[in-house]
Design a protein around this ligand. Sequence first.
Ligand code: NAD
Length: 296
Amino acid sequence: MTQIAFVGLGNMGSGMCANLVKAGHEVHAFDLSADAVAVAASKGATAAGSLAEAVSGAEVIVSMLPAGKHVLGVYFGEDGVAAHAGPGTLFLDCSTIAVEDAREAGAKAADAGFLMVDAPVSGGTAAADAGTLTFMVGGPDEGFARAKPVLEAMGKNIFHAGASGNGQVAKIANNMLLGISMIGTCEAFNLAEKLGLDAQTFFDISSTASGQCWSMTSYCPAPGPVPTAPSNRDYQPGFAVAMMLKDLKLAMGAAGVAEAETPLGKHAEEIYSRLDEDGFAGLDFSGVMKRIRGEI
Ligand code: NAD
């Protein structure tokens, strides 16, 4: 049993916090929203009235926050985690943030004498609730070794991707590929249909041929072939356009810093930006099929 402070009890954090409690950890939960804290308490966590109260006595801090500015503020801002944590406390941030922000946080933690790992997740709220997330972890070996048993209570696949920030690198490179492959899959189904080949027949052929990819076989953007895919429920998320756009923007920012050529990543970002601006932020990201078909 580990004493854990959990900060950020939103769509993802709520289920993750509950799974830490279920695994037998003592969890002190904090969020700016008192309602979110009350929900965590109803699932067995101890409600904390402040960040300082949550952090007091904790061996591990787990955070699930919107963006880098929140992470840097929560850990290193005035009256933040670092000001209250005892020696040897592990900082474990699961938010999706910029690679540079994660590396800055890791360096600041090290300067203050703490171990920190970035551990962004793959999988949405259903996986957070079910405890089946995939974690991609960046940070020192010792931090990974200490984080692993805590992450195992919230996920089923846990990878050490290397040094600080590499968890975020794995996440944004993977999701850039996902955005590109989803748009490509939509184009292929639309082309086949326009030329007289129905979605199921094209799926049967391409899913066993060289066009096969996750966007097709697990999340088919054409309704029919994959019954669990959001395309069969009018593209309700799932994984929303706004979330895909966030990850593509992080990928493009990091590509700029690294001077890596990402022409298709850039085009995917433009396509999802336009959907977002046109009011489709809440549509599942496979709903780009509707745009390619000219329906929206
Ligand atoms: P969310 O907005 O639902 O939750 C964020 C929570 O953080 C909110 O409850 C908010 O009140 C709290 N918060 C913000 N600033 C705070 C502070 N200073 N102190 C304490 N609490 C604070 O977001 P989410 O959907 O849970 O996503 C969290 C992270 O997980 C994001 O980085 C997101 O990119 C990533 N992610 C989300 C999904 C998904 O499907 N929702 C999937 C993978 C990764």
